[in-house]
Design a protein around this ligand. Sequence first.
Ligand code: TAP
Length: 481
Amino acid sequence: MRFEYSPAPESRAVVTLRDSYGLFIGGAFVPGSSVFKTISPASEEVLAEVTHAGPEDVDRAVAAARQAYERTWSAMPGRERGKYLFRIARLIQERSRELAVLETMDNGKPIRESRDVDVPLAAAHFFYHAGWADKLGYAGFGPSPRPLGVVGQVIPWNFPLLMLAWKVAPALACGNTVVLKPAETTPLTALLFAEICQQADLPPGVVNIVTGDGATGQALVAHPGIDKVAFTGSTEVGKEIARACAVSGKRLTLELGGKAANVVFDDAPVDQAVEGIVNGIFFNQGHVCCAGSRLLVQESVYDEVLAALRRRMGTLRLGDPLDKNTDVGAINSRAQLDKISELVSSGEAEGASRWSAPCPLPDRGFWFAPTVFTEVSQAHRIAREEIFGPVLSVLTFRTPAEAVEKANNTPYGLSAGVWTEKGSLILWMASRLRAGVVWANTFNRFDPSSPFGGYKESGFGREGGRHGLEAYLDATGNADV
Ligand code: TAP
């Protein structure tokens, strides 16, 4: 039986959009070299005009961050820095509805996710790192670890505010100052975060936000005034950045793409596993680096799992991301929609069998129906390449050893999932899967105290937890203070 729902849209009135946003440099919004427009991917309406930072703007931002580092932030006792982080965390909570609605408008993700996942987790990252600010000497990196200096941070569009929090909170807690570049298609919550920094009375220049495109990111990571680069994005751009930073003396961490295996054994509770499969690949339209985009099902339960999965996919509600009933929102941009469509066409052309949930797509905006491919071989592009969309590729296995071999047959190594009743099998699998995170009987769970990061082409360095602090500290005492 299918229930019809009345629309339950979240009000946009809580958000005050400016017509035009400047760059956030030295604690103030300032003009830059040119402007571009940011649109809603669900309706294609223009939301605001945003400033494009050219190399001279990046220069100003790095200079502001350097000054704040030397004069204020690196010299401030950790317990004082911690107070600012606590204040920011509380302001994120106070303004959570505004942040969630704005994130959904700019990114296209369902309000249910921005409200219940992105924004609470962003606040949690600031709370968690506020607690570390005066305890760094007990984190296991020597008695008096030093900050690194000015950090250049470049983030993607899939979790704009959350990725900002993952980057800014540990950097500030450790005594660094930052210049952050949000993605071109999702700058608005970073700019609202700049207002929150003002509201928290954060000393000018500790956080600087330069909006723009890939060229702005390039100018930032190549800038000689940067001591450390932290990048989250595609493996392709990550490799370029690694080349740009080579022999520069800059510290570097890269959080890149993924092609995670979600492995379902024949003793797993089917309904629970199907919820995990759906959450693993259709959460955030599949725009998730650690998405469970390769489903490995034990052959004996293949028919049962696939039937239950199709049934469940048929109930997913796609549409207005601001509607609280919506499960699947808009694809973030036309470029990403084109990329998903091209890879899906390759799957059909290479002989895999496609099934898409029968949901109507809105006339305007960028949309893609939740899709599953069966009869997939490991050689198919849809089994090897990151699609970064709501598309699942299903493969089968007979033995645990075969599951491990297939799961690890990828250049990536960010995450994996295991579904079974047997604790011993979970441990056996977890010790063999080459992935930074292995979830057992769950998927896409995040906590600021738990380190996250990849192996192989998924990058290096960890974010979150005690391990994540290491990326922002000099334990040798050699940092340029
Ligand atoms: P990218 O195209 O790599 O863009 C990421 C960021 O880098 C954007 O801000 C982008 O600016 C900027 N950029 C582009 N070219 C650059 C260059 N040459 N030098 C410096 N910066 C540059 O990735 P995306 O499409 O936004 O994001 C999707 C990718 O991110 C996926 O592969 C996904 O797996 C990965 N991701 C990984 C993680 C973790 S934790 N591993 C988390 C989320 C996403 P523009 O926006 O202007 O292009």
